[in-house]
Design a protein around this ligand. Structure first.
Ligand code: FE
Length: 407
């Protein structure tokens, strides 16, 4: 009976594509797999300097040389990479003509390298051409792409996404296309040993949000569900210990975030991300880190979405699979939200935007516009319950004061 109901839930199921990197190398020391890449020239795109300080940059260069490749470095990709950086990188690639683009870093250098790749292969293209989702020209005409994450959250090493910022206009270009799903991902937990606790907390909650949003997304399906559930279970099992410095747990979190990425790259996300995208840099009191914003919004969004019966049953399935308390869907959903609240407390993440330090007058002044922008975000389309700007504003208000979502 349960199975028939599940099949009915999927009756709108349509033809779909499921795309992952061809190879995902994982495990301690898997960075060494770089020496088995086959090619002539590799450009290595990296960020600030933490990998350099820890010696991993030298290691990566040495492995690529062992592979018989000529290596050039492109260093200094900034957080929230700019259009200028992308263009500079593409130019360096056109001069050097690599057949491998290898990017190592948190989300930013990998995101930047994905966009450089497109402009390397298609110099005449523009960001305006690329922002139409799933409309990229055919890549891999000149190079293949290898990504090596050094944080445990964005999963850009396995996703079809990249975000580039135009600082002149303040516009963010969210790029989405399976052409930019990397060919090779190297998920080596040695690279995340040195992460600061705060970053472990934020990126870990980002990964949990990816898995939960993908599981309830309108594009969820039998190929993404197992990845979401496994990722959720691993985050619940390992994130608190990883935060406290347990390196075995941190290793598992590095894999969990990657599994969540495999899921959401194909099932997409929902309005937790819409809200986080549009509030990250909106207030004068300072940037709200992406994972922190997600962690704050997630329980409120679950309550909002759960008014949709299909979404409610999906959240309840998550709670049941995680062994949380409750028999009715409602009780199970409450347990799931309580679990997230409990994680936020343990990870020192505030419960509301007010507690985060957003000024009340500024919030009230800006929230109508922010709500409108959040509704228009690329992630809203796959959210399981529809939302208009007025409801979005109400939802934001709940996240500011910590009030119940009852609409
Ligand atoms: Fe995210």
């Amino acid at each position: 009976m349960g199975n028939i109901n599940k099949a009915k839930e999927r009756k709108g199921y349509q033809m779909a594509r499921f795309t992952l990197p061809r190879d995902v190398y994982h495990g301690k020391g898997s960075l060494e797999e770089l020496k088995n890449l086959k090619g002539k020239k590799a450009i290595l795109v990296v960020g600030g300097g933490s990998m350099k300080r820890q010696g991993f940059l030298d290691k990566a260069v040495d492995y690529l040389k062992e592979a018989g490749m000529e290596v050039e470095l492109f260093e200094g990709v900034e957080p929230d990479p700019s259009v200028e950086t992308v263009m500079k990188g593409a130019e360096a690639m056109r001069a050097f003509e690599p057949d491998w683009i290898v990017s190592m870093g948190g989300g930013s250098p990998i995101d930047a390298a994905k966009a450089m790749w497109a402009f390397y292969e298609y110099p005449e293209t523009t960001f305006e051409d690329l922002i139409t989702p799933f409309n990229f020209p055919e890549l891999r005409q000149k190079a293949k792409f290898c990504a090596i994450p050094t944080t445990s959250g964005t999963a850009t090493e396995v996703t079809a996404f990249s975000v580039i910022t135009n600082y002149q206009t303040g516009v963010k270009y969210p790029l989405a296309d399976f052409n930019i799903t990397p060919d090779v991902a190297i998920v080596d937990p040695d690279l995340v040993v040195g992460l600061p606790a705060k970053q472990v907390a934020y990126t870990g909650m980002d990964a949990l949000t990816h898995a939960i949003e993908a599981y309830v997304s309108t594009l969820n399906g039998p190929f993404t569900d197992p990845l979401s559930l496994q990722a959720i279970e691993m985050v619940l099992d390992y994130l608190p210990a990883s935060y406290l410095g347990d390196m075995d747990a941190r290793e598992q979190m590095h894999y969990a975030q990657c599994l969540a990425g495999m899921s959401f790259s194909n099932a997409l996300l929902g309005i937790v991300h819409s809200m986080a995208h549009k509030t990250g840099a909106a207030f004068s009191t300072g940037h709200i880190p992406h994972g922190c914003a997600n962690a704050i919004y997630l329980p409120y969004v679950i309550k909002y979405n759960a008014k949709n019966p299909v979404a409610a049953s999906r959240y309840a399935q998550i709670a049941r699979r995680m062994g949380l308390e409750g028999i009715s869907d409602k009780a199970l959903i409450n347990s799931l939200c309580a679990k997230i609240d409990d994680f936020n407390v343990r990870l020192n993440i505030p419960k509301t935007l007010k507690d985060f330090g957003i000024d009340e007058a500024e919030f009230k002044e800006k929230i109508a516009k922010i709500a409108e922008l959040a509704v228009g975000d690329a992630c809203t389309g796959s959210n399981p319950r529809e939302i208009d700007p007025a409801a979005m504003e109400k939802l934001f208000t709940c996240t500011y004061y910590g009030t119940e979502v009852d609409f």
